[in-house]
Design a binder for this molecule. Structure first.
Ligand SMILES: Cc1cc2nc3c(=O)[nH]c(=O)nc-3n(C[C@H](O)[C@H](O)[C@H](O)COP(=O)(O)OP(=O)(O)OC[C@H]3O[C@@H](n4cnc5c(N)ncnc54)[C@H](O)[C@@H]3O)c2cc1C
Length: 402
């Protein structure tokens, strides 16, 4: 197929990562940049948790893609569907072949709903919802609002997912709402996680154990949702322990988080880590591809072993932009990424604690702990989540300023 276009930098995906990197490259005066992005909408997904908890409006989480594409960057409105890194080209579903000097891959992560039998048949109906989809987050709130008694189940899958805190945050928002309504005592809440504790960093796990006890939530660890029987309204879990016993729970309302992996077309490409995850295989510090030096990846689709969050993207974008610029100029890489990620854990509809950590899984606070101890639920952190972080996202991060 004939090459239809050549750009100095081609970015695949115009989400949090793609737009941030494009903006930063433009600030470095790099020209001739194109973003391949099929969607005409750009989403601030981090607020979907609050939408599901009845604390934000879904409309505030979406803007037109055109409004976030930096000036002087070409938007190719098409979906990438393959890479030929030996030829420095990307292929698209629309039949184009696009050539690059440097490639940045950030098409996000794929939601593998089909891996939990029974879920797709009932999503958005009969009390089952998920904040992981724009159209479903408002349904989550509808189901929570309409529940007055019964059993509520919140699940988390066993593989890496974007925002690993989101599966539990919605449980706390729901429990807080039910407490406010005076019905918490009538609802049997189960939170089921695949990990040995509720969070991987002990200081936050300790704080969250107290939150769970305070709401009277039953925490099940080392278990993964195996299937859903929508007719019987029953969820079946397998044990993560070898030979461990599985169990079933009835539900009246259930929040499900799907398994996630690299997009199928990335999985089968030469850039991939291979099955089962299928991420773009990059060095965890430089974000450069391990086999193709002029290819970089960041965000949820990258293989870096950090917690997949927009907060991680915010720290990766300056590194990716600086190293792409250095690659084009034939200079050494100036920046490295240390694995920073953060998880704003909403523990009620007024409180949040901010889990910040890096590759070492040590607490890496942005604020001096003596002044603002964000390892405990705080009111000011709630305002940061509801107002501060969305402002930061739309006005600073996507413009390459933070
Ligand atoms: C419910 C929920 C809660 C979250 N909470 C938080 C939080 O509190 N804090 C936080 O920091 N993060 C949170 N996140 C995670 C955060 O949204 C992601 O980590 C972040 O958006 C990753 O950025 P990305 O650019 O890699 O992917 P995305 O932002 O998902 O963007 C990927 C882009 O690639 C495009 N694309 C897809 N396929 C193709 C293709 N074939 N060709 C070209 N483009 C393609 C998509 O249309 C999209 O625009 C949350 C996510 C969810 C779902």
């Amino acid at each position: 197929m004939a090459t239809t276009a050549h750009y100095r930098v081609v970015i695949v995906g115009g989400g949090a990562a793609g737009i941030s990197v494009a903006a930063r490259l433009r600030r470095k005066k790099i020209t001739d940049i194109a973003i391949i992005e099929p969607s005409d909408k750009h989403y601030y997904q981090a607020l979907w948790t609050l939408v599901g908890g009845g604390a934000a409006k879904i409309d505030s989480t979406v803007r037109s893609e055109a409004s976030v594409i930096p000036k002087d960057v070409t938007w190719i409105r098409d979906a990438a569907d393959g890479f030929s890194p030996e030829n420095n080209t990307v292929h698209t579903a629309g039949g184009r072949t696009i050539e690059y000097d440097a490639l940045v891959v950030c098409p996000g992560i794929q939601l593998d709903w089909d891996r939990i039998p029974g879920v797709t048949d009932t999503l958005g109906r009969n009390g089952v919802s998920s904040n992981y989809r724009f159209d479903l987050a408002p349904r989550t709130w509808e189901f929570i609002r309409n529940t007055r008694s019964g059993t509520a189940v919140f699940t988390m899958p066993a593989d890496p997912i974007k925002c690993a805190g989101a599966p539990q945050k919605i449980a706390y928002l729901a429990a807080d709402y039910w407490r406010q309504q005076g019905v918490l005592k009538d609802i049997d809440i189960h939170l089921v996680v695949p990990t040995p504790r509720i969070f991987g960093v002990p200081v936050f796990a300790d704080a969250l154990d107290k939150v769970i006890a305070d709401y009277g939530i039953t925490l099940h660890t080392k278990a993964d949702l195996e299937s859903v029987d929508p007719d019987a309204r029953k969820a079946t879990f397998r044990s993560m322990d070898e030979g461990g016993a599985g169990f079933s729970l009835p539900y009246d309302v259930m929040h499900v988080v799907p398994h996630q992996s690299g997009p199928d077309w990335v999985k089968s490409s030469p850039l991939s880590t291979g099955l089962p995850t299928g991420y773009v295989e990059v060095d965890k510090t430089t974000l450069q591809h391990v086999r193709y030096p002029n290819v970089f990846a960041l965000g949820d689709a990258g293989s870096t072993p950090n917690s997949k969050t927009g907060a991680a993207v915010r720290k990766q974008a300056p590194v990716a932009a600086a190293n792409v610029a250095a690659q084009l100029a034939g200079e050494p890489f100036p920046l490295g990424y240390g694995g920073y990620a953060s998880c704003p854990l909403t523990t009620s509809r007024r409180h949040m604690l901010l889990a910040e950590f890096d590759y070492t899984l040590e607490h890496t606070p942005s604020f001096p702990t003596a002044l603002i101890d964000a390892t405990k639920p705080r009111r000011d952190m709630w305002y940061l989540k509801k107002y501060g972080l969305p402002f930061l996202y739309w006005n600073l991060m996507l413009k390459g300023l933070a």
